[in-house]
Ligand binder design. Sequence first.
Ligand SMILES: NC(=O)c1ccc[n+]([C@@H]2O[C@H](COP(=O)([O-])OP(=O)(O)OC[C@H]3O[C@@H](n4cnc5c(N)ncnc54)[C@H](OP(=O)(O)O)[C@@H]3O)[C@@H](O)[C@H]2O)c1
Length: 347
Amino acid sequence: MAFKVAIVGATGAVGVEFMQVLERRNFPVSELRLLASKRSAGTTLKYKGKDVTVTELNEGSFAGCDLALFSAGSSVSKQYRDACTKAGCLMVDNSSAFRMEDGVPLVVPEVNPQEAAKALQKNGGKGVIANPNCVTIIALVVLAPLHREAGIKRLVAATYQASSGAGHAAMVELQEGTRAFLDNKPFTPKVIPVPYAFNLFPHNSPWLDDKGYCEEELKLLKEGHKILGDTSPRITATCVRVPILRAHSEALNVEFVKPMSVARAYEILRAAPGVRVVEDRAKNRWPMPLDVAGKDDVQVGRIRVDQSNPNTLDLWVVGDQLLKGAALNAVQCAELALLGKVAPNQS
Ligand SMILES: NC(=O)c1ccc[n+]([C@@H]2O[C@H](COP(=O)([O-])OP(=O)(O)OC[C@H]3O[C@@H](n4cnc5c(N)ncnc54)[C@H](OP(=O)(O)O)[C@@H]3O)[C@@H](O)[C@H]2O)c1
């Protein structure tokens, strides 16, 4: 059994990861179509050592395709959803376009794997699986097993988000802006509207309401509830961009309904799929973006009792948002829906 696979947004930060993830996990691909805008049509990218030419996305791009992995932004996903699903092709979408739509499963395979196959049209589904927001995926891989045991009453999250979360151009801008800063040269940012190098600023997503939250911060709340199938955890977040190229970090303060000790949390997380506990007090080593970049597993450490509130733990969580926060999670969803099981993580 092998599948004809299309990657929409193949030249982007997530798109190039899709190819590597498919290759590493030996996903059975009989044909690969790399799709992007007119800008990069004609360029070539390597898959399994061979050049594959990028073509311009159009309504006919999905004819005969079994699976389309989308990561070209919400407007492209909305525009091409019908062309994709009417061709009988399963759409796994990385954008936020359909995440909160009824009937569209929002899937983190370690948390709600049973949802993935519901997307298949032959099962009466809409032919779309939504890949959750990267911060939400990384947090939930760690929090869901704890929630299952002790129930999360309240989560307070602070995020430290890498430039690649805003796409390939933002990564380049951080590098160029840092060089200009060190050389004392003027630099005008085009992607992120404020100076990025040696700076911190609220996440660059739209401000959503009159309460002062930006869109990214509310995604953790809304998507978290949908994925857990439970609206009882109270959730608040502050999302910040940091001058890091790759991998998002999250400080999570978690109050539980039932007792949860540090030892029990470590025990649960050591056994949790997709999670790696990293903790070496003697060497002062904890999960760090530079170590996590390029790794499949989400790393967690520094679990400690919050001295200021009963039955509350603090956790430090780092995950590669281009992998588990995007391409890896999407391919795992496709594995679940089309192959019925998830391949083991590589790292
Ligand atoms: N970066 C992350 O960590 C992350 C994590 C989770 C979800 N996502 C989501 O994934 C999507 C892509 O993110 P990214 O970071 O990979 O962005 P990116 O690096 O800016 O790449 C965007 C990709 O979309 C293509 N594209 C843009 N407009 C297009 C059009 N009209 N038709 C066809 N292709 C078009 C671009 O092709 P050209 O080369 O032709 O311009 C490029 O391949 C976004 O929805 C984002 O929210 C990203």
